[in-house]
Design a protein around this ligand. Structure first.
Ligand code: SF4
Length: 466
């Protein structure tokens, strides 16, 4: 549980590009698929295909207008009439009295997150009489999850003992969240005869396809990610042999081991929670393919790929590289785009302070706050407008190093230019509510921004998955 530490007084000191849908072809130089599966491997691809045959499995939005309306009303989709929608139409800028607001070029909901929330609303609408469950938080945003609970959707929380799905009965509806579900969960729900709504982002499914291909080629999957993150847990369940590597330091350690060998016991202790059962670094690092958790830094994943490529090149020579290293392009740009946009906005000398909005458990939002702090800009990270006290001109915010702080007089008198951004699980409404409070602090007579019909955010068409 997070605690507030200390109180300080502040020293008054186009809409993002949506990612194109996943391309299906491996990157030039990577190897083609051969459909052979080790006998003892759970065939994740076959399990996913078997879901399709049940007649109880949905994996795309149905664009039902009633759900769209409810999402608008609840403020859990893209803004189409509010302040953010209006800012989109004027170069991400807003002037309210003596406050100038500059919204980062890439911010807020990524395509996959909005799609998942939409599918959850559609599931509720399609099955009004049925009990509906989600195997995890749909996304890392407390307000969106709360809205779903209010729609009588049961969210299974993780616990030390894991999850107990015994309460889910035949005929119920089970939603898989944006970051997916494990192969074992898919099998369980297929066999429980429930209705399945799979909101897994196609970019995540693309990573699953990669590790499946690596397994069929008897390659070990190197997964760049955090071993406890739900998405990585799901990805690992599709892999045959795998090792999960968190950062470049760990990557370097593994590459050194491949080249020079080392202490096997130390290796297995270091990665004890991050390797497949029976993993043997002597045997299982001879043929490796790289995959990633989609919220990791794109540049870091690319660097990791280069590290392993160089390592295999050095160990086996150029002629045999294809037998020892595979790389498929599975990087989603959404996280990187938000960070690049933050670097850009914090380079703007007119910005007096930043506000970063996103769930306190959202790792991509924490990176945004860290960047602002590293650039030396006063930056306040809040998860919702509820953290801001208008009458007291104070707020409870989180720092990049995880401390909760209360700051008073955070908005000073006189002209102020604020930069604003939000994490990939944050709906536009959260930005609008925070700015509403900012404007009320600066001008007690502020009566809100009038809604206005704006262009709807375009999303890419769904593609058929192989
Ligand atoms: S960040 Fe994750 S959920 Fe969003 S588009 Fe990328 S893969 Fe999909």
């Amino acid at each position: 549980m997070l605690q507030a530490h200390g109180t300080t007084s502040a020293l008054c000191s186009g809409r993002q590009a949506r990612p194109a849908l996943p391309a299906r072809r491996p990157r030039a130089g990577s190897v083609q698929v051969h459909a052979t599966v080790a006998a003892d491997k759970v065939d994740g691809r076959a399990v996913r295909r078997s879901l399709n045959k049940t007649g109880r499995y949905v994996r795309k939005p149905n664009k039902d207008p009633k759900s769209n309306e409810l999402m608008e009303e609840h403020g859990v989709g893209y803004s189409s009439t509010g302040l953010v929608a209006q800012m989109r139409e004027q170069d991400n800028l807003w002037q309210q009295g003596d406050v100038t607001v500059k919204l980062a070029k890439a911010y807020g909901y990524c395509w996959g997150v909005e799609r998942a929330v939409r599918m959850a609303y559609e599931a509720r609408n399609a099955f009004p009489e049925k009990r509906v469950h989600i195997t995890n938080e749909i996304i890392h945003n407390p307000e969106v999850n709360q809205r779903l609970r209010e729609l009588d959707i049961n969210i299974f929380e993780d616990s030390a003992k894991g999850k107990d799905y015994a309460s889910i009965k035949e005929g119920d509806v089970v939603i898989f969240p944006a970051f997916g579900a494990t192969v074992q969960e898919m099998e369980l729900f297929r066999d429980k005869n429930v209705e399945m709504v799979d909101t897994t982002c196609p970019w995540v499914a693309k990573v699953w396809n990669s590790v499946d291909i690596y397994g069929r080629k008897q390659f070990t999957s190197i997964i760049h990610g955090k071993y406890s993150h739900e998405e990585t847990v799901a990805t690992a369940s599709f892999a045959d042999k795998y090792i999960i590597i968190r950062d470049l330091e760990e990557s370097n350690y593994v590459c050194e081991y491949i080249l020079k060998g080392g202490d096997k016991e130390e290796f297995l202790t270091k990665f004890k929670k991050a390797v497949s059962k029976g993993f043997d670094p002597e045997k299982d690092l001879q043929r490796v393919g790289l995959a990633n958790q989609t919220t990791m830094l794109k540049g870091e994943t690319q660097e990791m790929g280069k590290m392993f490529e160089r390592t295999m090149l050095s160990k086996y020579g150029p002629a045999a590289l294809g037998e020892h290293f595979m790389l498929m392009d599975t990087i989603c740009d959404a996280t990187q785009e938000r960070q690049d946009a933050l670097y850009e906005i914090t380079d703007d000398p007119s910005i007096d302070m930043m506000i970063v909005i996103g769930g306190f458990n959202s790792s991509n939002t924490s990176h945004l706050q860290e960047i602002a702090e590293h650039k030396g800009i006063t930056s306040f990270w809040v998860d919702s407008a509820a953290r801001i006290d208008v009458a007291g001109n104070k707020l409870l915010h989180k720092t990049g190093w995880g401390e909760l702080k209360e700051t008073t007089n955070w908005l000073c008198d006189g002209p102020l230019t604020i930069g604003i951004t939000s994490g990939a699980s944050t709906p536009d409404r959260a930005i609008e509510e925070v700015l509403d409070k900012v404007f009320r602090i600066k001008d007690p007579s502020f009566a809100g921004v009038a809604p206005k019909e704006c262009a709807v955010v375009g999303v890419p068409e769904e593609e058929e998955e192989e």
